[in-house]
Design a protein. Structure first.
Length: 104
């Protein structure tokens, strides 16, 4: 019983003192963008704002049709970007316009 308590205490203590996992995925926007362009040949594909009027975060999708990779980053007003998703097999969907008078 004592061994189990010690192991559990040690495990939770290590978890509590570990650095946050998201810290390794964040940096200055210029640095993140430079890496996406130079290392992965990605270019800005889409972007938009999310959040309230008081605090808005920019959401960006960077992708490379040549390599098939994509990255989604969030950038706060202070210029810190965090990678929130990465993947492969990127492809674009062509937007089809709906003719006027046709219900979508």
């Amino acid at each position: 019983m004592f061994k189990r308590l010690m192991a559990a205490g040690l495990l939770f203590g290590m978890a509590a003192t570990a650095p946050p996992a998201h810290a390794a995925n964040c940096g200055l926007r210029e640095t993140v963008v430079d890496r996406l362009q130079s290392k992965y040949s990605e270019a800005l594909t889409a972007s938009g704002l999310q959040g309230s009027q008081a605090v808005q975060t920019m959401v960006e999708v960077w992708a490379s049709e040549r390599t098939g990779t994509f990255t989604v980053i969030l950038t706060n007003p202070q210029g810190i970007s965090c990678v929130v998703a990465v993947g492969t097999d990127f492809f674009k969907h062509e937007v089809q316009e709906v003719p006027e008078g046709v219900k979508s």
